[in-house]
Design a protein around this ligand. Structure first.
Ligand code: NAD
Length: 343
């Protein structure tokens, strides 16, 4: 099959990982880039040797013949850019958070479905190899039927230096980081019927919440707790590890700090090191996330080749995004929120 020709829109902080990953992936390459900021366009273009550079996404779509576009801008621009891709019938990857509102997210899914254009949300955390290892244990049946889960991300890492916009939004940790944890909870325990949420702001210098605790009823009867914090000062900083506990009818799974996976089943306990590999271009502690970027982008290329729906398609991500919306509604009302009412 001929190599897929892709373009990247948005050459900011995170896009550099996506560009590195595209270089590692077989079957696709980035032929053009776009950023409304000339400095970022030059920096990323020079770093990755891309000569076709656009300030305006409309010109990119008009001039280039593309097999897909990878949108790595922040949420306010996602809907106009995804709808533009749909108009040009170009398959599209969109970074998380999918949109500023659930109504925008639904409109983007509809625009792509109506145009017959594949749409994947770059929801990469579930592609981290330690999380995939947890999923594989569940699939093996070793712990029986899961009835409880805890997905935990607690840190005091300074995320604001690399992403200053995170300090300014009225919504912070649920929309930016919790969205990944909620998606992992769905990935491991299935879709959710009800969510109850409490939030707090500990850091006085930011506008949004930096602590959130969410209790969820999964449709299959399991209960989970998703807790996240950027105000938790620990002896050993775990950023950006997600820690997981799952209890099942026949055993337990514990993914502990340091990528230590302990599985207890009927035949005893096994402890595994599920540390992610350090790719040549990656840097600690981000290597966990950087490896997942390669995995999700390879998945996209494989899905395009086979004509199958990506695991984190736009339609799938509506379920994750609805959890974000529901969490904010529930944090404000202090009431449980039913997901079906939003979807
Ligand atoms: P950033 O502000 O550093 O970069 C965004 C870039 O997009 C900027 O250079 C900006 O000029 C450009 N841009 C914005 N609107 C545009 C438009 N209409 N046309 C062309 N260019 C445009 O942001 P970032 O920190 O790189 O985050 C980008 C997205 O990636 C966010 O949605 C963020 O949540 C997400 N992100 C994801 C992960 C992950 O693990 N999946 C990690 C970090 C950030």
């Amino acid at each position: 099959m001929a190599e897929l020709r892709g373009a990247l829109i948005g050459c900011g902080f995170f896009a550099v990982n996506q560009m590195h990953a595209w270089r590692d992936i077989e079957g696709a390459s980035i032929v053009a880039i776009c950023d409304r900021g000339p400095d970022r366009l030059r920096i990323v273009g020079d770093q990755f040797g891309i000569t076709k550079r656009y300030i305006d996404a409309a010109e990119l779509f008009a001039d280039e013949s593309l097999d897909f576009v990878d949108i790595a801008t922040t949420a306010p621009s996602h809907r106009p850019l995804v709808e533009m891709a749909a108009r040009y019938r170009v398959p599209v990857i969109c970074q998380k958070p999918f949109a500023p509102t659930l109504a925008d997210a639904k409109a983007m899914v509809k625009a792509c479905a109506d145009a017959g254009v594949p749409l994947m949300v770059h929801e990469n955390f579930r592609w981290q190899s330690p999380i995939q290892a947890v999923r594989a244990v569940l699939d093996s049946g070793k712990i029986g039927t899961p009835f409880f889960g805890r997905i935990s991300f607690r840190s005091a890492h300074d995320v604001f230096s690399g992403q200053p916009y995170l300090a300014k939004g009225k919504r912070f940790i649920i929309e930016d980081l919790g969205i990944h944890s909620l998606d992992i909870a769905r990935f491991l325990l299935g879709d959710v019927s009800t969510i109850t949420t409490r939030t707090a702001r500990i850091n006085p210098d930011i506008a949004g919440e930096d602590v959130a605790t969410m209790l969820m009823d999964h449709k299959n009867g399991a209960t989970s707790v998703v807790d996240c914090s950027y105000a938790t000062k620990l002896a050993v900083e775990p950023f950006p590890e997600t820690l997981i506990e799952i209890d099942g009818s026949d055993g337990t799974i514990r993914l502990a700090q340091g990528y230590r996976l302990t599985v207890t089943g009927k035949s005893g306990t096994k402890i595994l090191d599920v540390s992610p590999p350090l790719l040549p271009w990656a840097s600690r502690p981000w290597h966990n996330i950087q490896e997942s970027v390669v995995a999700i982008q390879q998945h996209w290329v494989d899905c395009l080749a086979k004509g199958t729906e990506p695991a984190t398609s736009g339609a799938d991500n509506l379920q994750t995004f609805a959890l974000v919306e529901a969490a904010y509604l529930g944090a404000a009302s202090h009431e449980p929120v039913h997901l079906d009412a939003l979807l």
